[in-house]
Design a protein around this ligand. Structure first.
Ligand code: NAD
Length: 243
């Protein structure tokens, strides 16, 4: 997957920058579920490894949920495991948090934006972005609406958002018509246009109405990698603390 190659290269670069040892295991398209499960089992047992991430998407014949849930919870630095999403839902916030929504929260706080009491709309309900994003905003006392592909009156719902998170995976779908005046707009989407340029889920005309809009590239993407490094450091620290 060409996009995955770029993401993996960026993650290796980030590991080198912060001084983490990293290993990449490249499997063939034709690899079986058993091969991948066996690799994860070995990495789970390897004392020298603190974090494991499986770069998605996987080939169609492999069950992604089964693979993700085979990772030891304490080594799930992506925060994708049902266990880790579950602790987010119960508000424990004591295990790895999915990196993209975690990065969004770090961005909001870095810019002094407190979600408490604010109407927040998250477009998208995936397990890796939309759902954990909504749970994190809820934990921060926002009033959260989750919108998705079956949502009716999406534009009107978004027009009520003080904080709007666009994670629908639809290029430039969120135009200025969706935006409440002075809203904070977080663009999670990343797409390559026919002219080769990158764009997000948000149209540039959103800037005319919003008080803040994250850029693509350069906004949520780098934050995701930063939080991956943080989750890995925390996993190593937690292991040392227990031993
Ligand atoms: P996904 O395809 O798994 O989920 C998309 C969600 O959007 C679904 O829940 C769907 O119901 C909803 N949706 C789709 N079309 C819609 C529409 N027209 N109106 C309302 N809702 C709609 O995608 P994902 O993995 O959650 O990723 C979303 C986007 O974020 C993608 O563009 C992806 O490339 C990007 N992404 C970026 C980063 C990053 O680091 N910047 C990380 C993860 C994902």
């Amino acid at each position: 997957n060409p996009a995955s190659k770029v993401y993996v290269a960026n993650k290796i670069k980030a590991c080198n920058t912060v001084g983490f040892h990293s290993m990449t295991h490249k499997l063939e398209d034709s690899s079986s579920e058993e091969e991948l499960l066996s690799l994860i089992d070995n990495l789970n047992k390897d004392e020298s490894i603190d974090g494991i991430l499986v770069q998605l998407p996987l080939p169609k014949h492999i069950n992604e949920l089964k693979i993700i849930n085979a990772i030891a919870p304490e080594k799930d630095v992506d925060g994708f495991l049902a266990h880790n999403l579950g602790t987010l839902a119960t508000g424990e916030l004591n295990s790895a948090i999915a990196c993209t929504p975690f990065g969004v929260m770090a961005l909001l706080y870095a810019y002094g934006i407190d979600p408490s009491g604010k109407n927040s709309v998250v477009i998208g309900r995936s397990n890796i972005v939309g759902k954990p994003m909504s749970l994190l905003l809820l934990s921060a006392d926002a009033t959260v609406t989750m919108a998705h592909s079956k949502t009716q009156n999406l534009i009107q719902i978004c027009q009520n958002a003080d904080i709007l998170v666009a994670a629908a995976g639809q290029p430039e779908m969120v135009t200025k018509d969706f935006i409440k005046k002075d809203a904070i707009v977080i663009d999670v989407g990343i797409h390559r246009k026919e002219n080769g340029k990158l764009c997000g889920d948000t149209h540039q005309n959103a800037k005319e109405i919003a008080s803040a809009l994250t850029p693509v590239p350069g906004g949520v993407g780098p934050m995701t990698i930063a939080m991956l490094m943080l989750n890995t450091a925390l996993a190593a620290w937690n292991k040392d603390r227990k031993s």
